[in-house]
Design a protein around this ligand. Structure first.
Ligand code: SF4
Length: 174
């Protein structure tokens, strides 16, 4: 049995193997150790240490965002590789606008969703990003009769990604 298999076997027996700060091997709980375990650990000690060191050097899995507007897979995609400066700036600008637009409860989640949208080169937009969305939640373009087929009292759902011919990006966003 190689070290990875032995590690798996020992963990399956309820043992926790960790590296000590000095690079040694610590096994717990002692009460779960059988004579066979002790013999196998003694024989494979160095290989087990190397296997644990290799595990410790693995990059951490992508952070799951917990964003209710995204699936766990979308959350992973959104955070893979970390965010660059442009993404952080865009997130901060969107978050600030959504908070101003009385969407504070979801500002972070919406702004994070837009980070993924931009990573995917998706050209859809939220009404929340549009300069025409008024404080009373109505669309000013529709109110002027310039949105074909729309009622002048249109109150669009502001958090749905869509393509709208009346869209104009609000100042400060990108
Ligand atoms: S113009 Fe279109 S994108 Fe802008 S607020 Fe009106 S419906 Fe939304």
């Amino acid at each position: 049995m190689g070290a990875p298999e032995l590690l798996h076997h020992l963990r399956g027996a309820g043992l926790v193997l960790t590296l000590t700060p000095a690079g040694g091997l610590h096994v717990a709980p002692r009460t779960a150790l059988t004579d066979d375990h002790r013999a196998a650990i003694r024989t494979e000690r160095d290989a087990l240490v190397l296997a644990l060191q290799a595990e410790a050097e693995q990059p951490p899995p992508p952070r799951r965002s917990g964003n209710p507007l995204m699936t766990p897979e979308q959350g992973d995609e959104c955070h893979t590789g970390g965010w660059d400066d442009a993404e952080i700036d865009a997130f901060t600008s969107s978050q600030a606008r959504f908070t101003r637009m009385r969407r504070a409860a979801h500002a972070d989640h919406l702004a994070e969703r837009l980070t993924l949208r931009d990573r995917q080169h998706d050209d859809r937009r939220l009404c929340l990003e549009c300069v025409a969305l008024a404080d009373n939640r109505r669309c000013l373009v529709a109110a002027r009769g310039r949105l074909a087929g729309a009622d002048r009292r249109l109150e669009p759902v502001p958090t749905i990604l869509q393509r709208c011919p009346g869209f104009t990006l609000a100042p400060g966003l990108r």
